[in-house]
Design a protein around this ligand. Structure first.
Ligand code: UDX
Ligand code: ADP
Length: 463
C-alpha cells in the first residue's frame, strides 16, 4: 500500500518528535498528530517555535520546516483517524495507581480508549501501530477490541517501539541504531509490515530495519530498557563501594568500559536514573514475570529498581549527615530538576525524591532548572502525596537565576547534568553562600579540584 496519510494519537515526548521527523523525511506523506489536550496542541501550533511544548535540541527547526506543509497538529481525533492509512498510538501508559497490579502493571486505559475510538471511526482498512511501550501481548488486546467493535473493516496491528532517548530525540530519530517492527506472519500482516518499512526506508538503511513477530518486538523494548537501567544500577552499586574503599567510580567505569565486551556507554554513576521509561518498564516486566509464576525472574529485575531507590536515598542521607546531621531550616539549592539534561521532562526525576527526603528533614529547597517551570516542580512534589500542597509550596521555591537560587544557601546539590552548570562563576557563588559551603555533585559534573581550591567542600558520587 502506498502510504500518503499517517495519523498519530498522542502529541507527547514520543509522538511529537517522531512524527515531526517522519514528516520532515517524507514530504509526500501527510502526518497529523492529534491529542485530547487542547493546550498541548495549541502549543505545538504556536507561531513562536520556542513555545512548542517539548524541549528537544533541534526539534524546533524540524517542526518549523514541516508544520503546515505536511505536518499538522490537531484536536480533531476522529477526522485524523478516518483519513489515515496508518495510525500510530503514542499515548501514555503510566504505572497503575489503583486496583490489581497497582504500582507495577501498566495502566492501559488510554490505549483501550484509543482502540475503541479507532474501531468506532474507521470506515476502511487500517494499520494500527503500537508506539507506546506496552506489556507483552497488548497487541492481542487491541486486536480483539478492534475486531469485535469495528465496522467490519480489517485491522493489522504492528508493534514499532520507539528507542529514542529524551534530550537526543532528534539525533536518535534521524540516525537510529535500529528500527524494530513486529507483525503477524500472515500475508496481510507481512504487507502491513512492508508498508511501515517503506515509510522508514525514506531515511533509514533497510539493513537497520528489523522485522519480528509482534511479541518479540514488544518484549524487546522492555528488555532493552531493563538492560540499560541494569547497567546504571550496577555502576551505582559500585559507586557506594568506591566511596567506602577509596576507589574512584569514574576510573572503574573507564577501566571496565574499555573491555569491548562490556562497552563504555551507560556506565555513568549518578544520583539515580529517572525518566518515564526505565522504572515503569521494569516494574511492568516484574509484573509480567510474576503473573507467569516466574518469581525468581521478577526478583532479579526488581533489584534494579531497589538499587536505584537506594541510590537516591543514599544521596539525600549524605547531604543530611554531612551538614552536621540536620538540614532543618537550611537552604539547599538544587541545580537541575529534569531527569537528565536537554529535556524539560521531569517524570521520575531523582530530584523529586531527593527534595521530598530533604523536606521531611525540614530543609528549604531552592530550585533552578533552565527548562522546567515552577508549576511543574510543585506538581511533581504534590504527586508524591507525602504532605499537603500548601506545605510543599512553603518548602520549595523556584528561581529563574542560578545565582539567586544559590545565594545564602548552606549547600548546593547538582541533580541534572546541564552543561551550563560547568560555566558558572563558582567564585561568585561561593562568596554569596553560607560557610562552610558544600556542593553535592549527584552527576559528577563539576571540576572538584577547582571547587575545593575556591574553598567549597565538594563531594561527588563514587569517590
Ligand atoms: C530511555 C532509553 O534510553 C530509550 O531507548 C527508551 O526509548 C526510553 O528510555 P530516556 O529515559 O529518555 O531513554 O533517557 P536515558 O538517556 O536512557 O536516561 C535515563 C536515565 O538514566 C536518566 O535519568 C539519566 O540521567 C540516567 N543515566 C543514564 C545515568 O544515570 N547514567 C548513565 O550512564 C546513563
Ligand atoms: P510519552 O512520553 O509516551 O509520549 P506523554 O504523556 O508525553 O507520553 O504523551 C502522551 C499524550 O497522549 C498526552 O499528551 C495525552 O494527552 C495524549 N492522550 C492520551 N490518551 C489520548 C486519547 N485517547 N486520545 C488522544 N490523545 C490522548
Amino acid at each position: 500500500m502506498g502510504i500518503t496519510k499517517i495519523c498519530c494519537i498522542g502529541a507527547g515526548y514520543v509522538g511529537g518528535p517522531t512524527m515531526a521527523v517522519i514528516a520532515q523525511k517524507c514530504p509526500h506523506i501527510q502526518v497529523t498528530v492529534v491529542d485530547l489536550n487542547t493546550e498541548r496542541i495549541a502549543a505545538w501550533n504556536d507561531a513562536d517555535l520556542s513555545n512548542i511544548p517539548i524541549y528537544e535540541p533541534g526539534l524546533d527547526s524540524i517542526v518549523g520546516e514541516a508544520r503546515g506543509r505536511n505536518l499538522f497538529f490537531s484536536t480533531d481525533v476522529d477526522k485524523a483517524i478516518e483519513e489515515a492509512q496508518i495510525i500510530f498510538i503514542s499515548v501514555n501508559t503510566p504505572t497503575k495507581t489503583y486496583g490489581k497490579g497497582k504500582g507495577m502493571a501498566a495502566d492501559l486505559k488510554y490505549i483501550e480508549l484509543c482502540a475503541r475510538q479507532i474501531a468506532r471511526v474507521a470506515k476502511d482498512n487500517k494499520i494500527v501501530v503500537e508506539k507506546s511501550t506496552l506489556p507483552v501481548r497488548t497487541a492481542e488486546a487491541i486486536k480483539s477490541i478492534l475486531d469485535n467493535t469495528g465496522n467490519g473493516v480489517q485491522f493489522q496491528i504492528l508493534s514499532n517501539p520507539e528507542f529514542l532517548a529524551e534530550g537526543t530525540a532528534v539525533q536518535d530519530l534521524l540516525n537510529p541504531d535500529r528500527i524494530l517492527i513486529g507483525g503477524d506472519a500472515t500475508f496481510e500482516g507481512q504487507k502491513a509490515i512492508q508498508s511501515l518499512v517503506d515509510v522508514y526506508s525514506n531515511w533509514v538503511d533497510t539493513d537497520k530495519i528489523l522485522t519480528t513477530n509482534v511479541w518479540s518486538s514488544e518484549l524487546s523494548k522492555l528488555t532493552a530498557n531493563a538492560f540499560l537501567a541494569q547497567r546504571i544500577s550496577s555502576i551505582n552499586a559500585m559507586s557506594a563501594l568506591c566511596e567506602k574503599t577509596g576507589a574512584d567510580v569514574n576510573e572503574v567505569a573507564k577501566a571496565i568500559g574499555m573491555d569491548s565486551r562490556i562497552g563504555s556507554k551507560f556506565l555513568k554513576a549518578s544520583v539515580g536514573f529517572g525518566g518515564s521509561c526505565f522504572q515503569k518498564d521494569i516494574l511492568n516486566l516484574v509484573y509480567i514475570a510474576k503473573s507467569y509464576g516466574l518469581n525468581e525472574v521478577a526478583d532479579y529485575w526488581e533489584q534494579v529498581i531497589i538499587m536505584n531507590d537506594h541510590q537516591k536515598r543514599r544521596f539525600s542521607n549524605k547531604i543530611v549527615q554531612t551538614l552536621y546531621n540536620t538540614v532543618s531550616d537550611k537552604k539547599i539549592a538544587f541545580l537541575g530538576w529534569a531527569f537528565k539534561k536537554d529535556t524539560n521532562d521531569t517524570r521520575e526525576s531523582a530530584a523529586i525524591y531527593v527534595a521530598d527526603d530533604l523536606i521531611n528533614e525540614h530543609a528549604n529547597i531552592a530550585v533552578y532548572d533552565p527548562k522546567v517551570s515552577s508549576e511543574k516542580i510543585l506538581n511533581d512534589l504534590n504527586y508524591l502525596e507525602t504532605r499537603s500542597s500548601v506545605a510543599n509550596a512553603s518548602s520549595i521555591t523556584s528561581f529563574l537565576n542560578p545565582y539567586e537560587a544559590c545565594k545564602n544557601a548552606h549547600a548546593i546539590a547538582i541533580l541534572t547534568e546541564w552543561d551550563e552548570f560547568q560555566t558558572y562563576d563558582w567564585q561568585k557563588i561561593y562568596n554569596a553562600m553560607q560557610k562552610p559551603a558544600f556542593i553535592f555533585d549527584g552527576r559528577n559534573l563539576l571540576n572538584g579540584a577547582a571547587l575545593r581550591e575556591i574553598g567549597f567542600v565538594y563531594q561527588n558520587i563514587g569517590s
